[in-house]
Write a protein of this length. Structure first.
Length: 91
């Protein structure tokens, strides 16, 4: 079941055939970006909990997301893997 519109926010990574990075690094970057997007949706959920009950969880997740972004900016493969694993366990 394929559609003409693609809901994948990172489809440009898959469609970039002339990429200069190796496959495994690109895969890790793409996987980390997917986890960041997923966790940012969780942050919205925690922020929506009444009476500020989710503020602690949202602030912890915000910190993880910002550190994960920083690992991407610095292109630190070891930290990318660490934050990918950490973000995978967020729920």
């Amino acid at each position: 079941m394929t559609s003409t519109t693609n809901d994948d926010p990172l489809d440009f990574l898959s469609n970039n055939i002339q990429s200069t990075t190796t496959g495994s690094k690109t895969d890790l970057i793409q996987l980390l970006l997917y986890e960041i997007i997923r966790v940012k949706d969780l942050i919205k959920y925690y922020d929506g909990i009444p009476n500020g009950a989710g503020q602690l969880g949202a602030s912890i997740l915000n910190e993880l997301v910002s550190e994960a972004y920083q690992s991407l900016v610095n292109y630190d493969i070891v930290l990318m893997r660490k934050y990918y694993d950490l973000l995978q366990n967020c729920d």
